[in-house]
Design a protein around this ligand. Structure first.
Ligand code: AKG
Ligand code: FE2
Length: 310
């Protein structure tokens, strides 16, 4: 498979409560084909509308455009949850062999954080929380369909994701802002977001129209993952690949610099779904291809790489 398939999720869209089994089985087959192939799928009619996405992007853009001293108090590493908060330009290298990524980010990992940006970004907390919960609902639906696609107990994945949105689960809504690029200042091998695969179970990605995201397919070629209005891009992450004994594929992806002369900024909203901190992840086919691993231990080990062994 050398393109990313588009699947119509209407039968199990967030507004639908009762869905016949045969429709779930059909969705399961379509999603399985995508996740065993390129590892990415676009879902159309998920129930999350483009205007919800632009609403979140416009408040986070206001935050990213604040002067540095207004953002610094919210830095990642200053909250009880170590992953929550603001990440400055070039602070993170998703490809640890390359210079820091040309992006800023804000991670919402703890909905119960005590301090939220307010000045100049009225409604920030409420808007983030609402969108986080929408992403949570969609993710649980996708996890159910994935289990059905594999012919497993439909709850096999969701029962390890009972605590999303609480402090016992590190799922994260990350707003990303890729500012204008002045080519004179770009370092060797520096891009907007270095080559990486995601760490947890699945990831939802909502992009602004500016191109740049690329996914490595099974032939090891990078293919474009363009913005497609009315869709959300969903991909398998590393812990899910391990959980499914490599049946579902966690594909490497990256965000390139804009072409010379393109003065566009880029934004994306990424919802990283992570199993509950205490969940033990054991190969779902009953094999022992990988030993059981604690979900939080696995995540923390991966963070050590992208932030430079701390
Ligand atoms: O900005 C994007 O489109 C994707 C970013 C990404 O892959 C990530 O943050 O893990
Ligand atoms: Fe990613």
């Amino acid at each position: 498979m050398d393109t990313i398939p588009v699947v119509d999720f209407n039968a199990y869209n967030l507004g639908v409560n009762n869905v016949p089994d045969n429709k779930l089985v059909k969705l399961g087959e379509e999603i399985k084909a995508a996740f065993t192939g390129v590892g990415f799928v676009y879902l159309r009619n998920s129930g999350i509308e483009d205007n919800e996405v632009t609403n979140v992007m416009s408040i986070t853009e206001k935050f990213f455009l604040l002067p540095e001293e207004k953002k610094r108090p919210f830095s990642r590493g200053t909250f009880p949850n170590g992953n929550h908060g603001w990440i400055s330009l070039e602070q993170e290298s998703l490809n640890p062999r390359c210079p820091g990524d040309l992006k800023e980010a804000f991670n919402v990992t703890s909905l119960s954080a005590k301090e939220w940006p307010t000045e100049g970004v009225d409604g920030f907390h409420g808007i983030q929380e609402k969108f986080f919960l929408r992403c949570k609902e969609l993710s649980l639906r996708v996890l159910r369909v994935m289990a059905i696609g594999l012919g497993l107990d439909p709850s096999v994945f969701i029962k390890a994701h009972k605590l999303i949105g609480s402090d016992e689960n590190d799922s994260t809504l990350r707003s990303l802002y890729y500012p204008l690029v002045k080519s004179d200042n770009v370092k060797k091998d520096q891009i907007r977001c270095g080559e990486h695969s995601d760490y947890g179970s699945i990831t939802l990605v909502f992009q602004s129209p500016q191109a740049g995201l690329q996914v490595r397919n099974r032939n090891k070629e990078f293919i474009l993952a363009p913005y497609i209005p009315g869709t959300v891009l969903v991909n398998i992450a590393d812990l899910m690949q391990r959980w499914t004994s490599d049946v579902f594929v966690s594909a490497v992806h990256r965000v390139l610099l804009p072409p010379p002369g393109d003065s566009g900024i880029r934004q994306s909203l990424v919802f990283f779904v992570q199993p509950d901190n205490e969940a033990m992840i054991t190969c779902c086919d009953g094999s022992n291809k990988y030993p059981p691993v604690n979900a939080l231990d696995y995540l923390l080990e991966r963070f050590r790489d992208s932030y430079g062994k701390k």
